[in-house]
Design a protein around this ligand. Structure first.
Ligand code: NAP
Ligand code: GLV
Length: 310
């Protein structure tokens, strides 16, 4: 009997994921029937994107796990019809993408690249950038993505600190945790990267009081989620010069409305949620491994802790 796997994402994703999933299932030696429509009570696993039409999991009585295609689970974790195990996406391709995106934006601000990219008017005033070791970068969130980002920046010799909910020991990184730890981490954040999940506990992590703790003229880079930042407080901090520039990939409302002040602000860079898309090839291999585990009676990888919301 094949394992029935329902693909529940927006329909345009099928063309990319169908061949990648079939290849990964074959590679894992799994006999899978994969389709976009399967009678609910025949479904063994659901490959899921929270923006799909499937929102009521009640009829999926024999489903062993829901395997999320996204790292962020805020749009599914509170769904009370979902009683099956929920795994979030940890995808090596996504991790590399996030690491490259953040590193690029950190280097942009660290080196002051805008000065020469935006002004070719003939001004020959040398402003020599500091070395990376003289620049303090702080990463909020030391999970799959934050740890990879922190390690890569540290390998470039940035002075890196990080903050997480639980204590962490990451070689070469100055780690903080808890509320008091956050204040200490922010005091040394000349470049701040937010890679926290969107949970009730992380909303407005960067508010007016905490923005004021950062060194004057600091940079904010947010590829985490929009609600991590109090937008009004950030705009005020940009206007006062407390924050020199904000590079924002994620927003409370996406797409970011055309009349949002971020679009027009001279010291804000908006990118359209492209920091780290799930990559079909590597993500399909992770999904296949989780189904193999489910069939072998082994624990699933990357299960979401619903009480924490991530
Ligand atoms: P993860 O592995 O679950 O890591 C989350 C980190 O945040 C952990 O270090 C966790 O602490 C920390 N954290 C959670 N709640 C906290 C709290 N209340 N106080 C302090 N620290 C807290 O997640 P990930 O895979 O790195 O992904 C992080 C987020 O990136 C995702 O949730 C998603 O929102 C975002 N993302 C964005 C894109 C994009 O394209 N822009 C792509 C992928 C993901 P512990 O280690 O102590 O648990
Ligand atoms: C993207 O933002 C994701 O959560 O995977």
């Amino acid at each position: 009997m094949p394992i029935n796997v329902l693909f529940a994402a927006t329909p345009e994703r099928w063309a990319t994921y169908e061949p990648a999933l079939r290849r990964a299932f074959g590679g894992a030696g799994l006999n899978v029937y994969l389709a976009q429509e399967i009678p609910a009570d025949d479904v063994d696993y659901i490959v899921y994107a929270p923006n799909s039409e499937l929102q009521d999991f009640t009829p999926y009585t024999r489903t062993k796990a829901v395997l999320n295609l996204w790292a962020g689970v805020e749009a599914i974790v509170g769904n009370t019809t979902l009683t099956q195990p929920l795994a979030r996406m940890v995808d090596p391709g996504m991790t590399r993408s996030m690491t490259e995106w953040v590193t690029g934006h950190v280097l942009r601000h660290h080196l002051g690249m805008d000065r020469h990219i935006l002004d070719q008017s003939g001004d020959w005033t040398p402003v020599v950038p500091p070395l990376a070791e003289e620049r303090r970068v702080c990463v909020l969130g030391l999970g799959e993505l934050g740890t990879s980002v922190a390690r890569t920046l540290q390998s470039l010799r940035f002075s890196v600190s990080g903050w997480s909910r639980s204590p962490k020991d990451v070689a070469g990184i100055n780690t903080f945790h808890g509320d008091a730890g956050l204040d200490d981490a922010l005091r040394q954040a000349e470049i701040l990267v937010l890679l926290l999940p969107d949970t009730p506990a992380t909303h407005n992590t960067l508010d007016a009081r905490r923005l004021a703790l950062m060194p004057r003229g600091a940079f904010v880079i947010n590829p985490g989620r929009g609600p991590l930042i109090d937008d009004d407080a950030l705009l005020a901090a940009l206007d006062s010069g407390q924050i020199a520039h904000a590079t924002l990939d994620v927003f409370r409302v996406e797409p970011l409305p055309a009349d949002h002040p971020y679009w027009a602000h001279p010291r804000v860079t908006v990118t359209p949620h492209i920091a780290a898309e799930t990559r079909a090839k590597t993500a399909s291999e992770v999904i296949a491994e989780n189904i193999r585990r489910g069939e072998a009676g082994e624990p699933f990888l990357y299960l979401v802790d619903r009480s924490l919301g991530y």
